[in-house]
Write a protein that binds this ligand. Structure first.
Ligand code: PRP
Length: 212
């Protein structure tokens, strides 16, 4: 049976394709992609889709994709009707809480406003610290928000820390480590178990080879 695999475009794309390469899969079409969004593997009976991170979960939950490769940050924010089965150890970064110097949102009293692309995950984190913070949903350039006074702090992903530094923000806490995961549609895992297990085993070996 064929497998449909949703890949997150952007940051994770290159490293994910490298892992697929290490598995010996035929990724030529993915690497010379132009503006196409669906690609047949040239060696395996696989079809890849390139989608935005949130949509990757949606495609997998609806079973249009059997498997998906998506960041843990996105998984922590939305959806839960899938199996998360493998840590690919690519796209490594951290969820952090940051704010302006001398303005730590975690030690504030009164109303705390937090800007984030991940308001659900941020809300949970603040509640776990006993803080009922107000969430302001942002779509990008999150570091700008505390600088302009839209919020007291942000919860965002930090990779190199450069964006924070260049905007004069400091880290007040590290929430958790983030990396890309393989998620699997629940029904597909029953119906296509053999194919999915082979895909997971191949990917796991590729991850091990990368860390050698
Ligand atoms: C992400 C994140 C930070 C930045 C962190 O944004 O939201 O802004 O990367 O990376 P760094 O620690 O290496 O500087 P992204 O580039 O995905 O764009 P966005 O602001 O449009 O969300």
């Amino acid at each position: 049976m064929s497998l449909s695999i949703a890949l997150t475009k952007g940051r994770l794309e290159k490293d994910a394709v490298e892992l697929l390469d290490l598995c010996g899969y035929g990724t030529e079409k993915l690497k010379n992609k132009g503006r196409a969004l669906v690609f047949e593997d040239t060696r395996e009976d696989f079809r890849y889709f390139l989608v935005k991170a949130n949509d990757c979960i949606t495609y997998v939950e609806h079973g249009v994709a059997d498997c998906g490769i998506v960041g843990k940050d996105t998984l922590m924010e939305g959806g839960s009707d899938y199996y998360e089965l493998l840590d690919l150890k690519i796209g490594k970064c951290k969820f952090i809480i940051a704010g302006m110097k001398d303005h730590n949102p975690l030690t504030m009293s009164g109303n705390i406003r937090i800007g984030s692309k991940y308001p659900e995950a941020a809300k949970r984190y603040f509640l776990s610290r006993g803080l009922d913070a107000e969430m302001i949903r942002l779509e990008g350039s999150v570091e700008l928000a505390p600088v302009l006074g839209l919020c007291d702090g942000i919860m965002d992903i930090m990779e190199t820390g450069r964006t924070l530094k260049e905007n004069g923000l400091v880290v007040y806490d590290t929430v958790c480590d983030i990396s890309a995961r393989v998620i699997v549609n629940k029904a597909s895992f029953k119906i296509k178990r053999q194919e999915i297990m082979k895909f997971l085993t191949d990917m796991e070996r590729a991850v091990e080879r990368c860390s050698e």
